[in-house]
Design a protein around this ligand. Structure first.
Ligand SMILES: Nc1ncnc2c1ncn2[C@@H]1O[C@H](COP(=O)(O)OP(=O)(O)O)[C@@H](O)[C@H]1O
Ligand SMILES: Nc1ccn([C@@H]2O[C@H](COP(=O)(O)O)[C@@H](O)[C@H]2O)c(=O)n1
Length: 308
């Protein structure tokens, strides 16, 4: 099942069209409809000459609960667009984690974090101003430096960071990427990875023990005291802002293919890029369609869902 919200008409109409074409192809036993054309150097040249208005990247927000598969979904999208083996400077699709925007903790908060008693799932744990400024720079086509997050030290790494070069598509994933209104309004497309909480907990426990240096008791305490209540209070309510909800995350090949095709259309079809005008430090959608979509978003008409 792919659930499509009606908030963003351009996203919705493309996806609906694809659903119809896919159904038609299936009924006619047409094979390989979803065989995805990988990017080639030839097509790379294309965007430099196809009349796109600017290098404003297409910004995609990917939200969802902890261990729902947000990073894995982003990774699949990058792979399907044939970008995973490209040099950083050559990548046309790049991913950033919201975890790189956790704020610096005070000494007492640091002590609590070491005991698993700090709430990393609360919006206050993030430096949303820095996240907003970074995304605006990205939209202006600037090169930005994004630090790696160190889950063992509970802080951003002082010596490991990634240079994000101007790209066509930038994915930013995190539990609360739709929580902050100013950040949320910058996205051209919003995805919500909707994986059930038992599955998420079953994934989080081994991941935190093996990759994040935690013990079982700490992981379970943190989950019950902070992660689960904050998911219900802050993350889950942002699902209504999503243009596309992806049940089962990376296992949902159909949803990922539809999204990849949509991104591919944006990157290669001869249509104006979704440009962003930055005036007085605020980013605004440029095209009339984007403005209309924005207005609908602000008027809160995002409750209707279609499903198949
Ligand atoms: N579809 C899946 N099937 C099995 N394991 C998965 C799947 N998606 C993610 N995982 C695993 O679950 C853990 C969390 O996935 P990840 O993509 O990092 O989630 P998130 O970014 O939402 O925290 C990782 O260990 C990952 O390998
Ligand atoms: N020092 C930290 C920072 C964050 N967390 C947890 O990470 C989760 C977000 O990352 P996902 O990849 O799971 O989306 C969030 O739920 C925090 O609890 C942490 O444990 N320690």
């Amino acid at each position: 099942m792919v659930i499509i919200n009606t908030t963003n008409e351009s996203v919705m109409s493309t996806l609906l069209l694809r659903c119809r074409v896919a159904a038609h192809c299936a009924s006619k036993s047409v094979r390989n409809f979803y065989t995805f054309k990988k990017m080639t150097d030839k097509t790379l040249d294309y965007t430099t000459t196809n009349g796109l208005e600017s290098k404003t990247p297409f910004l995609i927000g990917v939200a969802g609960g902890t261990a729902s598969g947000k990073s894995t979904v982003c990774q699949r999208i990058v792979e399907k667009l044939g970008q995973q083996h490209k040099e950083q400077t050559e990548r046309r699709v790049v991913c950033i984690s919201q975890d790189s925007f956790y704020r610096t903790l005070s000494p007492s908060e640091r002590l609590r974090a070491e005991r698993g008693q700090f709430n990393f799932d609360h919006p206050d744990a993030f430096d949303d101003k820095k996240l907003l400024a970074t995304l605006k720079d990205i939209l202006l086509g600037k090169k930005v430096e994004v630090p790696e997050y160190d889950y063992i030290a509970n802080s951003i790494s002082t010596n490991r960071s990634h240079t994000i070069y101007p790209a066509d598509v930038v994915l930013i994933e995190g539990i609360l990427v739709f929580y902050f209104p100013e950040v949320r309004d910058l996205f051209h497309m919003k995805l919500f990875v909707d994986t059930d909480s038992d599955t998420r907990l079953a994934r989080r426990v081994p991941r935190d023990i093996m990759e994040r240096g935690r013990d079982l008791e700490q992981v379970l305490n943190q989950y019950m005291n902070f992660v689960k209540p904050a998911f219900e209070e802050f993350c889950l309510p942002t699902k209504k802002f999503a243009d596309v909800i992806i049940p089962r995350g990376a296992d949902n090949f159909v949803a990922i293919d539809l999204i990849v095709h949509h991104i591919w259309d944006i990157m290669y079809k001869k249509r104006p890029a979704p440009t962003i005008k930055v005036t007085n430090g605020t980013c605004k959608p440029h095209s009339e369609a984007d403005e209309a979509a924005s207005a609908r978003r602000l008027s809160g008409s995002s409750e209707d869902t279609l499903s198949r």
